[in-house]
Design a protein around this ligand. Structure first.
Ligand SMILES: Cc1cc2nc3c(=O)[nH]c(=O)nc-3n(C[C@H](O)[C@H](O)[C@H](O)COP(=O)(O)OP(=O)(O)OC[C@H]3O[C@@H](n4cnc5c(N)ncnc54)[C@H](O)[C@@H]3O)c2cc1C
Length: 480
């Protein structure tokens, strides 16, 4: 019997698993997809918000500021790059100036540190490429940037290093409540667990409906993006938001941890059942281009390398729903984790541990190690270290991705770690082949070959992303 089954391997489920791994518990993460972080966690703005904008008594407000302050330690322990680049919310009109002053006052109540209101000269000194009509800005130096999928993968890897089990391709289809446990069924496999933590993202209402009539609904709110090539790096150095609206924080411009520039997202409410709609559309992308002019009029779309979309899990009550069910013993909901869910992830995990402690006694896992083995980034090594590494393992001497300069050794390592990559995009998210200018045009087939060789699987079974994204179907011609 499992103690705790966590449904969903996004940043929330994996953060919770890693925090609970500090205790002597039998934990399993159940994920319907073929990789960690395949849901909303892989497609968002990647910002660790300072935390000035949520209502002061909301869980979103409290957990965002707490989460933000935990990020240095977490990313240090898990060896995940994190940069506190700071954010600006800019204002062009007197009404917008009023809004940013209100945000500042709200931030003070939420104890966001070191915020300042900047005048035009200060703004343009910090960000010379911004629209010259901007007259004021709220500066929050504690805002940061991270790779969200890398964080989730790192959380999962460290959780597994500490004894947590990960079951991929396990779509929870039914849950049966027994006296003191649940039976969770995927159609192929059955798991018995004392407790369930429901962190299924946009599907959290569907999961809760499997055990009772859910008292909340989650509808998808889509956001689309442009991702610009590293050539655009330096366009802005901080995260730049417009003055917010009812639909959210607005369309932003920001650097990414890996040296690209991100532009987006818009905000589009979708039908309740459109939970897989992550296509991008010309009309919305054009709308983003128009809107961003309020912030910057010289965004170089000619160096755009990809577009993508993500779905916010918009809850019916507007706030995070993090609670022990009052209707079903032993069931914990972590639902409606829209933005700032990524920023709040470490604090949500801490909060859940306290909820679990109120259900059962926990004893410490004395073998717990918070550290994840550091990933080698070959191109960042000195010539001396590069040569030594190649001598030790010649796979580090073979460049597979020419855009990002990623070696075979890095790819092989990413396959064989706990929560290792199994798909072409899974490897891209872990070590970046295919994340550069050619978007995998050159290195994709080589990554496929390496996956096939290392996992001892036929080439035809290596997919781009999810199970349906088949690349090869079989041999068409045999050579002499
Ligand atoms: C456009 C956009 C921009 C955002 N920007 C930011 C930002 O800058 N900063 C910030 O803090 N937050 C941001 N967010 C919010 C943040 O991305 C989310 O809060 C976070 O990723 C939610 O993680 P999650 O683990 O709850 O969900 P997910 O990552 O969606 O994970 C849920 C998992 O559950 C799995 N699952 C679902 N149903 C089942 C089932 N039946 N059986 C098994 N598994 C199942 C899914 O496959 C998925 O992997 C943004 C969100 C969007 C969409």
């Amino acid at each position: 019997m499992i103690d705790i089954a966590i449904i969903g391997a996004g940043v929330i489920g994996t953060a919770i698993a890693r925090e609970l791994a500090r205790y002597d518990l039998n934990i399993v993460i159940l994920e319907k997809d073929n990789d960690v972080s395949n849901g909303t966690t892989k497609a968002n703005s990647a910002i660790i918000h300072a935390g000035y904008d949520a209502p002061i008594n909301s869980l979103r407000g409290i957990l965002n500021t707490r989460g933000n302050e935990m990020f240095d330690q977490i990313c240090d322990d898990l060896s995940v790059p994190f940069k506190r680049v700071g954010s600006l919310v800019v204002a062009k009109t007197e009404d917008e100036v009023k809004t940013i002053n209100e945000l500042y006052a709200n931030g003070l109540k939420l104890k966001v540190p070191n915020m300042r209101i900047l005048n035009k000269e200060e703004i343009l000194r910090m960000e010379p490429n911004l629209n010259k009509q901007i007259i004021s800005a709220l500066y929050a130096p504690t805002a940061g940037i991270v790779e969200p999928w890398e964080l989730a993968i790192a959380y999962c890897e460290n959780a597994m290093d500490n004894g947590v089990e990960l079951k991929l391709n396990f779509e929870v289809k039914t849950i049966e409540k027994k006296e003191d446990h649940f039976i969770i069924n995927s159609g192929c496999e059955e798991i018995k667990s004392r407790y369930i933590i429901n962190s299924a993202g946009v599907y959290a209402d569907k999961i809760y409906n499997m055990v009772t009539d859910s008292d909340f609904e989650i509808h998808p709110r889509k956001g689309q993006y442009f991702l610009l090539d590293k050539e655009a790096y330096g366009l802005v150095k901080h995260i730049i938001f417009p003055s917010p609206s009812e639909m959210g924080k607005g369309i932003l411009l920001a650097p990414t941890v890996d040296g690209n520039i991100i532009v987006g997202p818009d905000s589009e409410d979708l039908g309740k059942n459109m939970k897989e709609s992550i296509d991008t559309t010309t009309d919305r992308l054009n709308y983003i281009k128009e809107s961003i002019k309020d912030i910057c009029e010289i965004v170089p779309y000619k160096v755009n390398i990809t577009t993508f979309a993500g779905l916010r899990a918009e809850p019916s009550n507007g706030d995070f729903i993090i609670e022990i069910s009052k209707k079903v013993n032993g069931f914990i909901n972590v639902a409606g984790i829209k933005s700032p869910g990524l920023s709040s992830a470490p604090a949500i995990a801490e909060y859940i541990v306290n909820l679990v402690k109120s259900l059962t006694d926990l004893t410490e896992n004395i073998k717990f190690s918070p550290h994840r083995r550091k990933r080698i980034k070959f191109m960042e090594l000195s010539d001396h270290d590069k040569n030594a590494l190649i001598k030790e393992n010649p796979q580090y001497g073979r460049i597979i991705c020419r855009c990002e300069m990623i070696t075979e050794g890095e790819i092989v390592d990413a396959i064989h770690r706990n929560a290792g990559g199994r798909t072409i995009n899974g490897i891209k998210r872990r070590v970046r082949p295919g994340a550069g200018r050619c978007q995998g045009g050159f290195c994709g087939p080589k990554v496929m070959e390496i996956l096939s060789r290392e996992l001892n699987l036929p080439m035809e079974s290596i997919v781009q992303e999810n199970k349906a994204s088949v690349i090869l179907t079989g041999i068409t011609k045999v050579g002499e």
